[in-house]
Design a protein around this ligand. Sequence first.
Ligand code: GDP
Length: 693
Amino acid sequence: MPLSIIQFAKKVGMTKEELRVRSSSLGFNIEADAKVIEDDLADLLYEEFTNELKDTADAYDEIIGKELEKEIIKTQRKKTAGKPPLKEKKANEAPAPTTSRDKKTIIEIPDTISVKEFAEKTGLTPVQVIGQLMHNGILANINQQIDYETAHIIAQEMSIQIKRKHTAAESEDILKGDIEKLLKEDDPSLLVTRPPVVSIMGHVDHGKTQLLDSIRNTNVIATEAGGITQHIGAYQINKKGKIITFLDTPGHEAFTAMRARGARATDIAILVVAADEGVKPQTIEAINHAKEAKIPIIVALNKMDKPNANPQRVMGELSEYGLNPEEWGGDTIMVPVSALKNQGLDKLLEMILVVAELSDLKANPTRPAVGTVIEAHLDTNLGPVATILINAGTLKIMDSVIVGGTHGRIKLMKDANNNRLNQLKPSDVAQIAGLNKTPQAGDLLQVVNNERIARQKAEEISGLIKEGAIQNMGMGLSEIVNQIQEGKLKTVKVVLKADTKGSLEAIKESIANELKSAEVAVKIIHSGVGNITESDVMMAAASQGLVIGFHTNVTPQVDRLSERLRTEVVVYKIIYELLDDLKKLLMGLLEPEIAIVELGKAKVLKIFYTQKTEMVLGCKILEGKAKAKAKIRVEHQKEIIGEGILESLKIVNEEVKEVEKGGECGIRFKGKPKIEEGDILQFYTEETRHKTL
Ligand code: GDP
C-alpha cells in the first residue's frame, strides 16, 4: 500500500513542497498533483535524506579533525624544531608507541585509505598516525588519503602487520572489461560452487521466447509481491533446491555483444532447434558463436508436439556441424521438448544441472562483488536502473560501486519476481537502483571501499572513454601482424562471408589446401553466405580475429562498429588476392594500408597561450571541419613548417568533438612548430582502410 505524500513528507520532516523540490534536486520526480508515493521511491528518498544528515555529521567531524590537526602540528613543531624530517627509521630508535591491538593480527588495508580509517583499523589514535606521518615528512590531516605503501611504512614503524586488500582494479581493466584479470587473484580455497547462467540461442521462430516463458511460468517461486513478475533481462528458478539463472534476451547477437565487451555472462547455451524445420542459418551461427566462446551446448529439439516433427532428421543435420547426439555415441545432450505444451522441460532443466556440475562452476562469495550489466535503462521514478549478474563476491545494499564509466551506491535490489533483496551472491541477478548515470549492457560492476573511490575511479574511466580508449576488444590488423612477428599469435581467427555458396566453399578449400603448411594457422570460426553483419564483426572482435568478405557489401553500421571495436573488415573481389594477402599476413609481412583523410583547414586568428610544445589558438574553420585528436600540418606563408596534434577543441568554454566550416573555436595544439597569427592549420587523420580490390 503506497504511502500518502503528506505522511511521507512528515516522516522526513518536510512540507510537501519542500519534499518535491528536494527530491527533484536529487533527480527524483514527484508530480505536483501526486497524492501517494511508491514504496520503492519512498525508500530511496528516505535513504537519501538520512544520508544527507550523516554527511552533515561527517563535515562536522572534519572540522573537529582540522582543529585536532592544528593542535598536533603545534606540538610536533615544538618537538621537531630544528630537526630535518626523517625519511628512514634508525635501527636503534625506540619502538613505536604501543597500541591496544594484538600485534599478531594482520590487518587488511586497501590501496588508499584515509588517516582516520587507518587509525580505526589499526587501533592507533589519529594523533599517533598523523604524528608518525609527519615524522616521515608527510603533512596529512585526518581526512587525507594515504596510499598503501605509506600505510605500510607507518605500520612497520608502529610494529603493526598489514596486508593489501582486494581493491578496485586498474581503470583500464574495468574499462576494457577485463573480467578475467579482475577475478584471477582469488584464493582457490575460497571458491565455492555457484549456479549456472544459461543463454538461449537458435533460429528465429524456433521457440526461444516461448521456452524462456514456459520455464519461468512452470517454475514460479511464490513471492512476497504476489507472483507479479517483470522482465528485467534475467530470472532465476529453483529446480530441486538448485538454482539456475536464465538470461532472457535470447539470441547469439546479445550473447556475442556481451562477449565482445569482455563480459563473461554465460556458462551454458541452450540451442533451440524446431524439430519440424531443422537446422537453419542462425542455428549454424549460434553453434559457431557458442563453440568460439567455449561454452557447452545443450540442444532443445522443440515443437515436438507438431505432427511433422522429425527429430531424427534434425539430429542428422546437427551432427554435420559437430553436434553428435549422445544416443548416437556423441557427447551432445539433446532433449526433445514442446515449449508450447510444457513437455520435456523438467528433463531439460535436469540436463542443465548435470552439465553445470560437470563444468565445475565456482566463485569466491567473500570478496567484494564483481558483476556484469545485463541491461539498463532510465526509470522515470527511480533514475538509472540496471540488471546486474554477479560474477563473484557478494553485493550488498549500500555498497559503493563503479559500473563502467558511472558510479553510485546500491540503494535498491529487486529480483524478477519483484522481491526486495539485501544481498546478491555469485550467479544471482537483480535490478539495482542508485547509480549516477545509466550504464551499458556488458559494463562491469565492481564494489569499492567508499563513494569517494567510486567517484574517482568512475571519473578516470570516463576520462579514458573520452580519450577514445573505448571498448577496444578487437585487434586491428597492424596488431595482428605485430603479434605474429613477435611469435605470440599462432592462429588467426577469421569470420568469412561470401556472396554464394560456391565461392564460399572454394575459398574454404583453398585456405585449407594452400595455407596448411604456414606456421601460423587460419581458423575459420564462422562462415556463411550473405553480407557482413554486425554480429559477424562482434564475433570477430570477441575472438580478436578479423572479418573477410568476398563480393559482399559493408554497410555504414558495420563500418562504424568495426571501427569502434577495432576489428578489421576486409573485402575482396578476387580469390587469388584474398589468399595472397592471407599468406602475407600469416608470415607477418602484411602491412596495413594507411590512408590519409583530409578533414579541413582553419586560419589562426589569435594566439592565447604558448608553451614549449603546446599552444592555445583562436581559429576560424575555412574548409571542412576540425576534429579532436586529428593530426595537424602547420602552413606558414604557403609552406608546411611542421606537424602536431589537435589535443582538444572548445567553443567558448565548452569542449566539443568537432567544429564545422565557418565556426570559430579554441584549439589546444600539441607540437613543436611555433605558430603565428595568420597561419593555416590543415587537419587530417590516418585510417587503415578496408580493402576493396
Ligand atoms: P523465437 O523467435 O525463437 O523467440 O520464437 P517464439 O518463441 O516467438 O516462437 C515462435 C512461434 O512458434 C510462436 O508462434 C510460438 O507459439 C511457436 N512455438 C514455440 N514453441 C512451440 C512448440 O513447442 N510447439 C508449437 N506447436 N509451437 C511453438
